[in-house]
Design a binder for this molecule. Structure first.
Ligand code: SF4
Length: 107
């Protein structure tokens, strides 16, 4: 073990039981929320419930009762974890839009 530090923001260790609404909303088949860097969107019409996003960013993504991913708390995991989760999706159901530039960062 090395003594490198994780780059968590001080005072926010993320272990608190977050309130259900982290600013996420549902519009039709799109579940979305505004994270620190990205607008995070899941298109539930495309989602096949593979849950790799949940495995990689479980505070941001969860599966609903229909096995479709939805955004729980778009700020729950780091931007990097959110990117990894989006990239892990086999159907590219997760879209990330850069809030500053408006550019689609993924896919
Ligand atoms: S990884 Fe993609 S297909 Fe799998 S649950 Fe997440 S959004 Fe749905």
């Amino acid at each position: 073990m090395q003594d490198d530090q994780t780059n968590q923001p001080s005072g926010q260790s993320g272990n608190a039981s977050a309130p259900a609404s982290g600013g996420a909303t549902q519009e039709g088949s799109i579940s979305k929320g505004e994270g620190n860097k990205f607008l995070v969107e899941v298109d539930q019409n495309i989602c096949i419930g593979a849950a790799s996003c949940v495995a990689l960013a479980s505070k941001v993504f969860q599966l609903n009762s229909e096995n479709k991913a939805y955004v729980v708390d778009p700020k729950g995991d780091s931007d990097e974890e959110i990117i990894q989760a989006a990239k892990s999706c086999p159907t590219n159901a997760i879209k990330l839009v850069n809030k500053e530039t408006g550019k689609i960062e993924y896919p």
